[in-house]
Ligand binder design. Structure first.
Ligand code: ADP
Ligand code: G6P
Length: 476
């Protein structure tokens, strides 16, 4: 284990990695199920780490008691940063999700740039910085996550923090031309330059950042460029800018998908769909995920290749997200209408082209769908990585799935060679890929899926974590 992995970790993210629930036995707080939590939990436990974030629950939950119980059960501490309703509206729904999120996903048309949103973003980032300053001791590994907290490092510097600060961006970083449209571009890019280590998902994101920083802050110079990182100099500071594609816990999905419960659930699903291939989409309800475009491409496939009619269904599972941000609410309506129209046009009493489910699936049900679907149709307009693509492959234990993947997902860099890559804006091209996947022979499917699985097995989330943390000190 490297020296850095033995340091105490201070992880900071907008949301605490927990699920708070209330049932007849009272309130409970459990760790979330994401790969990041799974990878970090063991070293958080070992080194008595601290995770700082917004609890995201209402005032009625007994937060102090839940946090104490969490620490006793999980072995690491959570520190809440409570946010008022106004802060949530302006900082979270406003600047984070109606300015940065669309802009960083190349969707300028969805952006709302409003001064009060920016001011609240700045103020909430300062609030997070104050919470960190209260917890941090020298030699901690302070690691801030994602686009909601890009200014935290700069506020920590203003508070006199001298120690190393690391940041990882989970979403894409836009081109300099797009970034320049932001009214507060200089403040934001300088804010990011306050960190010592900046991690991006892909080489493209890293290059976009380096180009933007050197364009907007002329005193920033490139000192060296290596395969995995670029060193920048700004005044007397050196900033390491690397790319570290995030991943999943492969073993957890692989073993989970082989369990009896999942096998039974998968069998049951296919019993109801006998003789048909299932095409799967699993996403948060988000306009970056390209779900309407996917429905239209599926419709085009049915038009263009009538032999698919009655022999293929698209199962689209959508989990509600950011429901109070206006563009998210509109999307739900758009999907309802599209699915209704396509089903009315092609459906028969015994077959529906689009099975559309609007909810969060439980683990076993999610894995059963991953395992049993012959095709995954993952077509974001832009995505930092897209973990669903990796989860699908890790759960495809029979090696019979075909991955259709957007070329604009970060995951395409790694998985593109053995997936069918599509441009989600190209309806006909995506329709052709659906047909190609449908008609792909079992041996070809097996070859591609074996390569995909072995790549994800090797490059799992544990390796991602090691690479990021070790890169802070080392030369890699
Ligand atoms: P994003 O981070 O933008 O939501 P990712 O694909 O990287 O996109 O990650 C999404 C995560 O949410 C995955 O771990 C996936 O399993 C989970 N998820 C998405 N939709 C659902 C759903 N309907 N039910 C259960 N889990 C879901
Ligand atoms: C993406 C972002 C995360 C965010 C998640 C869920 O994965 O990169 O930072 O937490 O979406 O979105 P939410 O707004 O519900 O936290």
């Amino acid at each position: 284990m490297s020296p850095s992995l033995s340091k105490r970790l201070l992880i900071i993210s907008n949301r605490l990695p927990t699920v708070i629930a209330q049932n007849e036995d009272g309130w409970s707080m459990k760790p979330g199920s994401g790969g990041l939590v799974t990878a970090l939990a063991p070293i958080m436990r070992k080194n008595h780490g601290v995770w700082i974030g917004w609890p995201g629950c209402g005032d009625d939950a007994p937060l102090d008691k839940l946090l104490r119980e969490f620490k006793d059960q999980q072995g690491y501490q959570l520190v809440p940063v409570p946010l008022s309703e106004e802060e949530v509206e302006l900082y979270y729904r406003g600047f984070s999700n109606a300015a940065i999120w669309p802009m960083f996903h190349d969707l300028l048309g969805f952006c709302r740039f409003e001064l009060p949103h920016w001011q609240a973003y700045n103020a909430v980032n300062q609030k997070f910085a104050a919470a960190i300053a209260e917890q941090a001791v020298p030699d901690d590994f302070v690691w801030v996550h994602d686009y909601q907290l890009m200014l935290v490092g700069a506020h920590l510097r203003d508070m006199g923090q001298q120690d190393r600060l690391a940041f990882f961006l989970h979403i894409p970083f836009p081109s300099p031309d797009l970034f320049r449209r932001l009214p507060w571009k200089i403040e934001l890019i300088k804010g990011l330059l306050a960190y010592d280590q900046l991690g991006f998902q892909t080489l493209r994101d890293r290059r976009n950042f380096v180009q933007t920083a050197t364009l907007l802050v002329p005193e920033v110079e490139v000192v060296s460029r290596k395969r995995h990182h670029t060193l920048l100099q700004w005044g007397d500071r050196i900033i390491k800018v690397g790319h570290y594609p995030i991943s999943i816990d492969f073993t957890e999905f692989d073993q989970g998908a082989r369990s009896h419960e999942v096998e039974d659930a998968a069998w049951y699903l296919h019993e109801n769909l006998r003789g048909r291939q299932l095409v799967l989409g699993v996403d948060r309800l988000d306009y970056t995920k390209g779900i309407p475009e996917r429905f239209l491409a599926f419709e085009r496939a049915l038009e263009k290749y009538p032999e698919l009619i009655g022999r293929i269904s698209l199962l689209q599972v959508v989990v509600p997200s950011r429901t109070l941000v206006p563009d998210y609410a509109n999307l739900k309506e758009q999907l309802d209408q599209l699915a209704g129209r396509i089903n009315a046009r092609f459906g028969k009493p015994e077959w529906l082209p689009i099975l559309y489910v609007f909810r969060c699936l439980e683990r076993v049900q999610l894995l059963a769908r991953y395992r049993t679907s012959e095709i995954a149709l993952i077509t974001p307009l832009r995505d930092g990585m897209n973990l669903v693509a990796k989860e699908y492959c890790a759960s495809s234990v029979e090696n019979n799935g075909v991955l259709i993947l957007s070329e604009f997902a970060g995951a395409a860099d790694q998985l593109g060679k053995h997936a069918l890559l599509v441009n989600p804006y190209d309806t006909d091209g995506t329709a052709d890929a659906i047909y190609q996947a449908f008609t792909m022979e079992p041996e070809e499917r097996r070859q591609h899926m074996m390569h995909l699985r072995s790549d994800i097995r090797r490059n799992d989330v544990h390796r991602w974590l090691r690479r990021f943390v070790e890169s802070a000190d080392g030369d890699n």
